[in-house]
Design a protein around this ligand. Structure first.
Ligand code: NAD
Ligand code: NA
Length: 396
């Protein structure tokens, strides 16, 4: 079939297998170009199919020569409908990993469930014995709690008062004012249940109880802080509460890993276009201004550049891992640079539908968005027939 983008709001319903493969190949080549990382050897990535998790898997495999197991929730093609991007990404990753002689297998299902945890534990036990790095990179709008059966839905809302600010529809370029009413107590609890640290701790407890963590094992989850501009809806909103909980959980997990000399970190990453972040109001406008400023300064990074730097210069640099006053790794350091933030804040004031194409990188935002689904990727022939049915070679 010939596959074209079918966009509905901040989601694209189709994905292109060859475009997704090309994205993965580009990421592999980037990691290889940066030389080897004296890093982990056996890695579990939870949320491995897109975004920061995929970049973590690629960096582990092609930077550190690690065996990887990826857990994710993706759809294969069905009845002439293409599969989801993470399906195609994983198929491509595993194909290239196997060609390079690397162990790579995956499990597709709900990582919040006991069943998928057990399946993963069994696979580690049989194939790898133990893991020395666990990356926790889930981004989900909902979680069925494995103990209570309660369905928690996360929301992106401010806390305490209505938040009004500019936002952009990145498809049309229309800049408008958005007002978001404050979250209820229940909204906050639900968001923390989905995106907080409880499930991360459950994974680590289960791995430890089954003796599947190697001595000195490390685990890393990803967080975000961002500027004052987005604070009310992000860091001081419902999702921020969840990130507070995630960050606090790192300390609990580190305590529980004491006897193994293990350590849990949260890495604060840069704002980037992913499926998760496109859905957050205000953030796309911020990202389009941020991209413009960071590209002009030659310090723009995508997910793979972020994670490669995290591994090579922070986690596995052969020295103590540098952290901020709250114990967090800051790979958002270039985003948060004073000069960058001052310029973004000034541009924010000027941003309108008319000025944005000039002062912001709306085109860069859109291209990144389409790239997530394997579209508008350089070197891919979109006019020709492709087989949408693609096997994931390491799928268990
Ligand atoms: P993403 O949407 O690209 O990736 C999410 C991953 O989670 C995918 O592999 C998906 O398959 C998997 N997943 C979702 N629900 C699942 C489930 N129930 N079971 C199994 N797998 C499931 O998201 P991302 O932007 O890479 O986000 C990953 C982490 O990074 C999140 O914690 C996010 O808050 C954080 N982060 C994102 C940004 C950003 O700007 N995008 C910045 C800093 C930190
Ligand atoms: Na991810």
């Amino acid at each position: 079939m010939i596959i074209t983008p079918r966009v509905r709001g901040f989601i694209c319903l189709t994905a292109h297998p060859q475009g997704c493969e090309q994205n993965v190949v580009n990421q592999i080549n980037y990691v290889k170009s940066k030389g080897s990382v004296e890093g982990p050897k056996k890695v579990l990535v939870i949320g491995a199919s897109t975004g920061f998790g995929l970049a973590s898997r690629i960096t582990s495999a092609f930077g550190a020569n690690a065996a990887t197991i990826g857990v994710y929730f993706e759809k294969p093609s069905a009845e002439g409908k293409p599969g989801s991007p993470g399906w195609y990404n994983t198929a491509a990753f595993e194909k290239h990993a196997h060609e390079a002689g690397l162990y790579a297998k995956s499990i597709n299902g709900d990582a919040f469930s006991d069943e998928i945890k057990q399946k993963t534990l069994d696979l580690i036990k049989t194939d790898l014995g133990q893991v020395d790095l666990v990356i926790y990179s889930l981004a989900s709008p909902r979680r069925v709690h494995p103990k209570t059966g309660v369905v928690h839905n996360s929301v992106l809302k401010p806390i305490g008062q209505t938040f009004s600010n500019k936002t952009v529809d990145f498809h049309t370029g229309n800049v408008s004012e958005v007002s978001i009413t404050p979250a209820s107590e229940e909204d906050i609890e639900n968001t923390v249940a989905v995106m907080g640290g409880e499930d991360w701790a459950m994974w680590m407890d289960a791995l430890k109880a089954a003796d599947l963590l190697a001595p000195g094992a490390t685990t890393v989850a990803y967080s975000y802080i961002g500027p004052g501009l987005t604070e009310a809806v992000y860091r001081k909103g419902t999702i921020g509460r969840a990130k507070d909980h995630l960050e606090a959980t790192a300390f609990t997990i580190t305590d529980s890993l004491k006897d193994l000399n293990g350590k849990a970190y949260v890495s604060v990453n840069k704002a980037l276009v992913t499926q998760a972040s496109s859905a957050i109001p205000v953030i796309p406008l911020y990202i389009s201004l941020l991209y413009k400023v960071m590209k002009a300064k030659g310090i723009h990074e995508g997910t793979i550049e972020q994670i490669q730097r995290l591994f090579q210069e922070r986690l596995f640099a052969g020295a103590d891992v540098p952290v901020d006053e709250k114990g967090r790794i800051r790979i958002d350091d270039w985003e948060m640079r004073e000069d960058v933030q001052a310029e973004v804040a000034a541009l924010w004031e000027q941003a309108t539908t008319e000025t944005l194409p000039e002062i912001g990188d709306l085109q860069g935002y859109r291209t990144d968005f389409f790239n997530l689904f394997g579209f508008e990727v350089e070197g891919v022939e979109y006019g020709t027939d492709v087989n949408e049915v693609v096997e994931v070679p390491g799928l268990v």
